[in-house]
Design a protein around this ligand. Structure first.
Ligand SMILES: [Zn+2]
Ligand SMILES: [Zn+2]
Length: 282
């Protein structure tokens, strides 16, 4: 399995000189499975670059799109995903976190937010409707889990037949003040021992209490999850748009010290645009 980050920013794109190293595009992660199947996690503005790469590669297989949820920062790139405009493309949209599917189609491609309506998209679009929260895609088993986020969000765990595994949990507030849908311990069990765990890490303690209830986690809570789930690598993700490159460097250093102080054998990294990883088999 190979995982490539095309957008790592949360909330809104944040291009500019202070974010040039980590990148300003919003959430989009590409996963290539052992059998060559493609899964795309989220369609933030990062998906535009991925689309260009797929066109250059002349990628011919189905594009399996899995959305954490349909907030703007996770769908804004979709109209600019090049393969959507080719009739030979087969886009498989996997189940959404809520019943927003129909509304979402109507809202983005409604002739107001974008000039082309849904009915005029040339690609073949299929909505997958698996019968449970665990299903097969290519050489992998995918499982999903509900997250703590206003309007609902979902996380995914992908276990490839080659033994590698990856979990993607974004837009999730681990200690939300409202009703907790899935607890930190439940998420630790869901992600236990994965090769790579990607988690929403938008906030630092200084952001609180002002941003409590906004649906994103404080980094120390994410580290706590990492120390329990013991992934090979924990990647901090969905960075706040106001976080500069030097802020993120400091967050990475501090997070590695934190993990060392727990003697937890977890590599902690701060995800950046263009980063490619091969999650190890555990
Ligand atoms: Zn988001
Ligand atoms: Zn959101």
């Amino acid at each position: 399995m190979r995982v490539v980050f095309h957008g790592v920013r949360g909330s809104v794109p944040a291009p500019g000189p202070s974010t040039v190293r980590y990148g300003g595009n919003t959430s989009c992660v590409e996963v290539r499975l052992a059998d060559g199947a493609l899964i795309v996690l989220d369609a933030g503005t990062g998906i535009r670059g991925l689309g260009g790469a797929l066109l250059r590669e002349r990628f011919a297989g189905p594009v399996n799109l899995m959305l954490s949820h349909t907030h703007w920062d996770h769908v804004l790139g979709l109209p600019f995903f090049g393969p959507l405009w080719l009739k030979q493309t087969h886009l498989v949209v996997h189940p959404l976190a809520s019943d927003a599917q129909e509304r979402f189609q109507r809202t983005i491609f409604d002739d107001i937010h974008f000039p082309v309506s849904a009915a005029d998209i040339p690609a073949r679009i299929e909505f997958a409707r698996p019968e449970s929260d665990s299903w097969r895609v290519g050489s992998a088993t995918v499982r999903r889990i509900a997250l703590n986020h206003p309007g609902a969000s979902q996380g995914f765990r992908i276990d490839d037949d080659d033994g590698s595994s990856f979990a993607y949990l974004t837009d999730n507030e681990l200690t939300a003040p409202a009703k907790i849908v899935t607890t930190l311990d439940e998420l630790a069990r869901f992600t236990e021992g994965v090769g790579l765990l990607v988690h929403d890490s938008q906030y630092v303690h200084g952001d609180m209490p002002a941003k409590r209830g906004w649906g994103h986690s404080v980094i120390d809570e994410v580290l706590e999850l990492g120390a329990k789930a013991l992934p090979g690598t924990l990647a901090l993700f969905h960075h706040d748009p106001d976080r500069s490159d030097s802020d993120l460097d400091a967050i990475g250093d501090r997070s590695r010290e934190w993990m060392q102080s727990r003697s937890a054998r977890v590599e902690v990294i701060v995800a950046h645009e263009g980063l490619a990883l091969e999650p190890r088999a555990r």
